[in-house]
Structure formats: structure tokens, C-alpha cells
Write a protein that binds this ligand. Structure first.
Ligand code: G3P
Ligand code: CA
Length: 300
């Protein structure tokens, strides 16, 4: 693990700000990414999707109902997927007020009316300021967005985020996906950018860990596993075969390292879990709480 991350120039342990500092501000908005950058997170995590008219945007969910006022602005389109909206339509939505309603204790007046971001806005944010976080980009539901990998790599290359020369990779960009095929496409487009295969319960139940480690090594250089609480959740024990249940976290961190893969679990928000994940030898983790995580791993 240590060697793999080091060879790829990935800081260790890596603190990956999941949708920005999304505990403190509405996920995937300017203040969330700004806070993550200023706190000193190693990476800004981005869930990539594409509008109907071809703009790369940063949204996690398939639809807009949880994190925007889509029901007010476009009645009847609450369950429509992101790819059915134009960017001009997305720009009319308020992606901040839901946070104030859901988390009144963390609400701020300035969150009202925040916009959904284009990917290039997040990149620009990572490029400015004195702290220079890297980008950890997930091709989300990649099969719904044919050609999104070409578009992503093209945009990054144009901005100088992908270097094609020899030598060790910069570690400034990492790609991630639940879809091995998307990673294969990214591999052929930008072979030197590290890639992480995200694992979920169903994949483990279906394939088994041994086979998944093999797939992960074929398509990338790391695996994204889920955290301790998830491994012990009733949902997990109901959906996964008992044998596989026993072979998951934290035992599989060692298994992944043996397979030459780095390990970044998600989404680790509790202090005790951050300690456990770190002690298990994981190479970093995704977290909504970059503030807490940086203190736990001792990064100033
Ligand atoms: O990308 C790591 C983690 O974010 C994967 O789950 O659903 O939060 O994108 P999700
Ligand atoms: Ca993600």
C-alpha cells in the first residue's frame, strides 16, 4: 500500500474531501469546495455527470430532488435524470437551501441560492489560492454518458492537469468509478493517471473479493471500499453471503495491498472510524469531514 501510493505520488494518508467539505456546506457547491481547499484537504472529490447539451457538471444523485428546488422550478421533473436538463436549466436551481432546511444547526444565509457547478469551475477553484488540492473525479453512471471519458480527459489535458511525459505521475488527478469499463476507457485515454475501482456490496456478493481484486488490478491501481459501519450494517449482512461478509473490511485492506492496490475507503465521517481505517493500513479515505480528518491524521 505504502509503496503503491508512493510510486504514484499520492499523499499518504490522503484526505479526500467527499463532495467538498460537505458536512459544513451544501455538497458540491463553491463554499463546500472552498472550505475543503482552505482546510488543506489533499483532494476535492467530484461526481461527474453531463447535461443534455453536453456540459460536464458536478452532481451526485441521479435526479435533482434531494439537493435542489427542482419541484418548484420544474414541476413534474423531480425524478428526471441530469442528462435530460440543459445547463441553462440547471443554472436556475437553488442547490443550497435544502442544506439549511436539513441541517439548521449548520445553516448559513449565504448558502441560499447556490448554483450547481460545472466541472471547470471546480478545477479553477483547485487552481487558485495558495493551497493546491488535487482532483479525485468519479465518472458517475458512466454508461448513461457515452464519450464522457474523452470529454473529461480532453478538458483536463487542455488545462494542464494531465502530463504525457515519462516519469512518475504527479498524483494531482485520480479517476474513480464503480464501472470497470469506464476505467478501461480512461486507461487508454490517459494511462498515467491513477484509477480506483469503487466496490459496493452487490459487486462483492456477486464476484467475491478475490475476483474483484483481479478486476481492480486489470483496470486500475486502487480500490475504494466502504467503511467499518457499513461493513457491519444489517443491510450488508442481509445482502451479502456470510462467507464474503467475513472476508471484507478490515481484512481486505491487506488483501488489496498484496494485490498491489492502494485502498481508499468511503465515506468515513466518525473519528473512531478514521482511526480504525488509518490503523488498518488504508492509504487515506473519502470524508465529508475534512476538518476532523486532517486533525486525526495530523496534517496541519
Ligand atoms: O466516490 C466515493 C464515494 O463517493 C462513492 O459513493 O455514492 O458517495 O459517490 P458515492
Ligand atoms: Ca463519489
Amino acid at each position: 500500500g505504502k509503496r503503491v501510493a508512493k510510486a504514484l505520488n499520492i499523499p499518504r494518508p490522503a484526505v479526500i474531501a467527499h463532495r467538498g467539505a460537505s458536512h459544513l456546506a451544501p455538497e458540491s457547491t463553491v463554499p463546500a469546495y472552498l472550505m475543503a481547499r482552505e482546510l488543506g484537504a489533499d483532494y476535492l472529490e467530484i461526481d461527474l455527470q453531463r447535461t443534455k447539451d453536453g456540459t460536464l457538471v458536478v452532481v451526485h444523485d441521479d435526479d435533482l430532488s434531494r439537493t435542489t428546488n427542482v419541484a418548484e422550478v420544474f414541476p413534474g421533473r423531480e425524478k428526471d435524470t441530469i442528462d435530460t436538463f440543459t445547463f441553462a436549466e440547471l443554472a436556475q436551481l437553488d442547490a443550497g437551501s435544502w442544506f439549511n432546511r436539513t441541517f439548521p444547526d449548520r445553516a448559513r444565509g449565504s448558502f441560499k441560492g447556490l448554483r450547481i457547478l460545472r466541472m471547470d469551475e471546480v478545477i479553477a477553484l483547485a487552481e487558485s489560492g495558495t493551497r493546491r488540492p488535487g482532483l479525485y473525479i468519479e465518472t458517475k453512471a458512466a454508461s448513461r454518458f457515452p464519450g464522457i471519458e474523452e470529454q473529461l480527459v480532453g478538458a483536463l489535458r487542455q488545462r494542464g492537469w494531465i502530463e504525457d511525459s515519462e516519469g512518475p505521475p504527479s498524483g494531482r488527478v485520480i479517476f474513480q468509478s464503480f464501472e470497470p469499463n469506464s476505467l478501461v476507457r480512461l486507461k487508454s485515454l490517459a494511462p498515467r493517471v491513477p484509477r480506483l475501482l469503487l466496490l459496493d456490496e452487490l459487486m462483492v456478493a456477486r464476484e467475491g473479493l478475490d475476483s474483484l481484486m483481479k478486476i481492480a488490478s486489470d483496470v486500475g491501481s486502487g480500490v475504494g471500499t466502504w467503511g467499518v459501519r457499513w461493513a457491519f450494517s444489517p443491510y450488508w449482512s442481509l445482502t451479502a453471503a456470510p462467507k464474503r461478509y467475513l472476508t471484507t473490511w478490515p481484512w481486505h485492506t491487506g488483501q488489496a495491498h498484496e494485490a498491489g492496490l492502494f485502498v481508499h475507503p468511503w465515506t468515513i465521517n466518525e473519528r473512531w472510524e478514521m482511526w480504525m481505517v488509518t490503523l488498518s493500513g488504508a492509504d487515506g479515505f473519502f470524508t465529508d469531514r475534512a476538518d476532523v480528518a486532517l486533525a486525526v491524521v495530523g496534517k496541519p
